[in-house]
Structures are given as structure tokens and as C-alpha cells.
Design a protein around this ligand. Structure first.
Ligand code: OGA
Ligand code: NI
Length: 258
């Protein structure tokens, strides 16, 4: 985990000319560098640089990863996938399903690692590091350095997520909320920018497999117990398009209500 944070710092502190090679806003590109929000239509604009690594259906050609952090990215994904498997079992059991249920619905197969770099901001009051949002994933595992600034919405109050060395923060994403019919709810979070920095975070997202982009995901039948499905079925492509067009706030999922 320390190595991954250090690798992300090394990458982002390279000269602009080097990072420029990787600059792209094309979501289909498996490795890319960009600044601001994932989409420039999202307001307020955010004070952040990101490097993104997309393991499409679990695979990313190692040749595409810049040498400066290639070992860290590959190693991090391998290890964190094991942790996420255990978490899927725990969550399945918590939902009253058999332990391998969530990992066996064959949809949790693509992973994305985003290395975020929040430079010091001369006027932090005018921008955010990351604006109020939920993640369009099944599950997100977040590692932050010791700078602070991350907040989560808990019982309608923003609370600081205090940095803790060696900790991973588990965030339920929109897809998990959709398939569990609100039994597990995606967590709202945001990041303040700070005058002191940089702040570095490594975000690992678990998404449905790309091959299933056209497959519709809906409520887990075993959880229905005669209750109507709150959301209509959707797929990753549609969910992401929603976010691209209108941003993640106030709630992406609310637009999928039946
Ligand atoms: C995200 C996110 C928070 C952070 O990238 O979705 O919430 O601490 N990042 O960088
Ligand atoms: Ni997030």
C-alpha cells in the first residue's frame, strides 16, 4: 500500500510533457491521465489530477502501464482483488445469501484503479477536490494518505474520514444499491481541497464486466420477498452515460426509479 502511494506520487510529479503523452478523456482508453472531474460537464470543477488504469474483464496489458509505477499497479490489483472477494462473501452473508453469491453473479469482473493527486490549492474555498457524489461501481476500496479532506455523508451530516495508516475504506457503489434494492446503500462522499498538499489517494473500483455492458442488471431475485423492485434494470454503459450527461448529483440512481 505504501509502495502504491509512492508510485502514484512519482507518476504525478513527472514533468507535464511526460504525462501529456497519456492525456485523454476517452473512457475506452485503458490507461490515461486527465485532470478535473472524470467529465468536464460536472460542476463545480475539481482541483485534481488522475491517472486511470482499466482492467477490462480483469485484464490490462502490462506494457501499457508506465514503468514508473507498473509493478505497483499490477501488484495492487492482484492483492486487492483477493480482499474484495472476501468482502463479497461477507456482504453476501450479511444479505442472507450464500457466501459465493455476489461473486458468482458473474458481473463483478472489471476493475479500475485511479491514482488521484490533489495539488495544494491557493484558494481552497473556490473549488473541491472531489464534489459530492456516489460511485457508479459495485464496490470501491479507497486508500488515502495522511492529509485528510475526505468526508462521508452519515445520517445527513458530513463526517470526516480520518486518515489511518494501512486502512482501506470500503464504499458501497450505485450498482450494489440497485441489485440489493436499497438493502446496501451507496455512500455519498466528497473531498475538500487544501492549501497544503499534495494529497494522494488510490481508488479501486469493481465494475460489471465490459462484456456484459449490454446485459441488464436488476434486483437480486432472492432479495425481493414480494417487494417491488425500486429501480429498473440498467447496465454499466447506461449508468455511465447518465453521469456523463448530467453529473452524479444529486443522485444518479434516482433516475432509474421505477
Ligand atoms: C473517487 C473518490 C476520493 C478520494 O475517485 O470516486 O471518491 O479520496 N475519491 O480521492
Ligand atoms: Ni468516489
Amino acid at each position: 500500500m505504501d509502495g502504491m502511494l509512492a508510485g502514484a506520487k512519482r507518476f504525478h510529479e513527472q514533468p507535464q510533457e511526460v504525462k501529456k503523452e497519456l492525456y485523454s478523456r476517452d473512457k475506452k482508453k485503458p490507461v490515461r491521465f486527465y485532470y478535473g472531474a472524470s467529465s468536464l460537464t460536472i460542476k463545480p470543477s475539481v482541483w485534481k489530477d488522475s491517472a486511470m488504469f482499466y482492467f477490462k474483464d480483469g485484464k490490462l496489458d502490462p506494457e501499457l502501464i508506465p514503468d514508473i509505477l507498473s509493478e505497483e499497479i499490477s501488484g495492487y490489483n492482484t492483492h486487492i482483488k483477493r480482499i474484495s472477494k472476501i468482502l463479497s462473501e461477507v456482504l453476501s452473508e450479511a444479505l442472507g445469501l450464500r457466501p459465493d453469491y455476489l461473486s458468482s453473479i458473474e458481473c463483478m469482473e472489471s476493475e479500475v484503479i485511479v491514482c488521484n493527486y490533489y495539488p495544494p490549492c491557493p484558494e481552497p474555498g473556490l473549488t473541491m477536490g472531489a464534489s459530492n457524489h456516489t460511485d457508479p461501481s459495485f464496490l470501491t476500496l479507497l486508500q488515502q494518505d495522511n492529509m485528510g479532506g475526505l468526508q462521508a455523508l452519515h445520517q445527513n451530516q458530513w463526517v470526516d474520514v480520518t486518515p489511518m495508516q494501512g486502512a482501506l475504506i470500503v464504499i458501497i457503489g450505485d450498482f450494489m444499491q440497485l441489485i440489493t434494492n436499497d438493502k446496501l446503500r451507496s455512500a455519498r462522499h466528497r473531498v475538500f481541497s487544501g492549501e497544503v498538499g499534495p494529497r494522494i489517494s488510490i481508488i479501486w473500483f469493481l465494475y460489471p464486466s465490459s462484456a456484459k455492458n449490454l446485459k441488464q442488471y436488476g434486483i437480486i431475485k432472492e432479495l425481493q420477498h414480494g417487494n417491488p423492485a425500486i429501480y429498473r434494470e440498467t447496465d454499466t454503459a447506461e449508468l455511465r452515460e447518465e453521469i456523463r450527461v448530467s453529473g452524479p448529483s444529486p443522485s444518479t440512481l434516482s433516475r432509474f426509479k421505477e
